[in-house]
Design a protein. Structure first.
Length: 207
């Protein structure tokens, strides 16, 4: 007859393998679940990022026509200037936030033009116009640098914003009324479509 001690020991002996196997199954199951969750999370993150980029690109002017897209970005940029110029010297945080949005919009716009449109202009023997417009982007960066480093509550800050806007509007006018329409008319439908696709691709990269 087995003693109580032997019986308990036997139970332990029989239960331990089951527990061990159970732990192993749960361990593999947990790892699988965790791995699946990680993959799902990564996929969701990638999808969200792609969606965000597409949304930003569509909001900022992606379209089936490169010139209309750039005009839309110009209008959105001027709308940001409107918001900045509606602030007063006490709204330094708002000014910093809007300036960051303006910088992003102009950086993205510059990438599209400098990496696609201006090179296409040079290829079409319009290097003078391309170089003139490209050099003005240098002044855009200078204005942005000055506005970032100046005190946001200074009267000189908003005065500098007005100077910046004036310079930028003339740059936009030259592009929209003179250089870009004439260039677009010289291109075939296929060339315009290709230029649009290339420009949207560049904008998507930095969206």
């Amino acid at each position: 007859m087995a003693t109580k001690s032997q019986t308990n020991q036997g139970r332990k002996t029989r239960s331990n393998p089951g527990a061990g196997e159970g732990d192993g199954i749960l361990s593999w199951g947990s790892t699988g679940v965790l791995a699946g969750a990680a993959l799902a999370g990564a996929a969701a993150g990638i999808a969200a990022n792609v969606g965000r980029k597409l949304f930003v690109q569509m909001q900022s002017g992606a379209s089936s026509d490169w010139l209309e897209a750039l005009k839309t970005e110009h209008r959105l940029t001027l709308a940001l200037f409107d918001k900045i110029q509606a602030t007063d010297n006490s709204q330094t945080i708002v000014r910093s936030h809007l300036l960051a949005k303006l910088k992003y919009a102009l950086d993205k716009h510059a990438v599209e033009e400098e990496n696609v449109i201006y090179p296409a202009l040079r290829q079409a023997n319009q290097a003078h116009d391309a170089d003139t417009l490209n050099s003005e982007h240098g002044y855009v960066k200078t204005y942005l640098y000055e506005l970032e480093t100046m005190r946001k509550d200074s009267p000189e800050w908003i005065a500098r914003v007005r100077d910046f806007r004036s310079m930028l509007q003339e740059h936009m006018r030259m592009e929209e009324d003179e250089v870009f329409p004439a260039f677009q008319r010289s291109l075939s439908d296929e060339q315009n479509s290709k230029l649009t696709a290339l420009m949207n691709k560049e904008g998507y990269k930095v969206a």
